[in-house]
Design a protein around this ligand. Sequence first.
Ligand code: CU
Length: 149
Amino acid sequence: MSRRVAPVALLAGALLLAGCGSGDDSAADLSVSGAYMPQPVSDSMAAGFLTVTNSGGTEDELTSVTSDIGEVTAHETVDSAMREAKDLKVPAHGTLVFRSGANHLMFEKLKRKPRQGEKVTVQLHFAESGTVTVEIPVKSATYSPKTGH
Ligand code: CU
């Protein structure tokens, strides 16, 4: 029985190595995880958080964000003051993280107030990968993710 297992394990290892080697020259390959929006206190403004992961070998750049719910811009927090962030990079084999107290998606001039349990749809526009649509679930006003930051 155990003799049959060994060749399979070797084959799997070889495929894994091949996948790694070709990854370095590959195009940007983005995925979005951990998206959430705390239910806003304000009627006109809200913040959204998510992580963009690039599993490809080419850097990408977030050029703009749009939503049908209002105006959206990417903000960064510098010395506890926030300002608009232009062209945020998603490094090859890296992440672009929006989290409480740091980078965030800033929603302004909201047409309606997002409520807990709803989803807010945004389009993330990237220089290399084009548009990625994300459904952001609205959580309680005090929600913060258990893992990470
Ligand atoms: Cu902001």
